[in-house]
Design a protein around this ligand. Structure first.
Ligand code: FMN
Length: 194
């Protein structure tokens, strides 16, 4: 896969993984994509704990079960815990951009991922020995995809874009034949996969 827009549009949150270890060189490629993310004043506030130990992953999974959907976490073969020592205004945004870089790189090399934002932070800190004063920003689970996933819905351009000034009216979007409305874009991604 080469076209960045295609990579962005075909990434999905993948929650079913094969029970297969991710190769070390692939893990490093994912970290590399995170390392090159932009950040406020090039502060690079992200730090990662890379977890593959099954016992630890089970415990981390339990700490994420505050949402029922998160029962998949304990079955992931690989988890990145994104933490930070910094406390400035842009930390979470920087780490979010870094996380997306890593999920896109993973997707481009055939690895599924899911960002996990619901977890008991104190429990995660206990499990991985993270000092009290550091913060866990989020987790990303990774694994080879068990199956492909259908596209999720996105808002239409007219619902999210305005030109020059705010108005209450919906925007008439400058025509671009490469950008389809929400429904059409889903159909086209669906058929491209076949
Ligand atoms: C900040 C953030 C927190 C999220 N937390 C969770 C989570 O705790 N559990 C989960 O299963 N998915 C979580 N997700 C994944 C979203 O549910 C998913 O990105 C969204 O439904 C869109 O689907 P897609 O990623 O397949 O396009 C999170 C995503 C983000 C960006």
């Amino acid at each position: 896969m080469n076209d960045i827009l295609e990579i962005i549009k075909s990434r999905r949150s993948i929650r079913n993984y094969k029970n297969e270890k991710i190769k070390d060189e692939e893990i490093l490629k994912i970290v590399e994509a995170g390392r090159w993310a932009p950040s406020a004043s090039n502060n690079q506030p992200w730090r990662f704990i890379i977890v593959q130990n099954k016992e630890l992953i089970k415990k981390i999974g339990d700490a994420c079960k505050i949402l029922t959907i998160n029962s998949f976490v304990e079955k992931a073969p690989l988890i990145f815990i994104i933490y930070t020592e910094k406390k400035h205004r842009w930390v979470e945004l920087d780490c979010g951009i870094c996380a997306e870089n890593m999920m896109l790189e993973a997707h481009s090399i055939g690895i599924g991922s899911c960002f996990v934002g619901a977890f008991k932070e104190n429990r995660i800190k206990e499990i991985i020995n993270l000092p009290e004063d550091l913060n866990v920003v989020g987790l990303i689970t990774f694994g080879y995809k068990e199956n492909e996933k259908e596209p999720t819905l996105r808002l239409d351009l007219k619902d999210i874009v305005k030109y020059d000034f705010y108005t209450k009216d919906k925007t008439k979007i400058i025509s671009n034949k490469n950008i389809k409305s929400g429904f059409l874009s889903i159909i086209s991604i669906f058929f491209k996969k076949r």
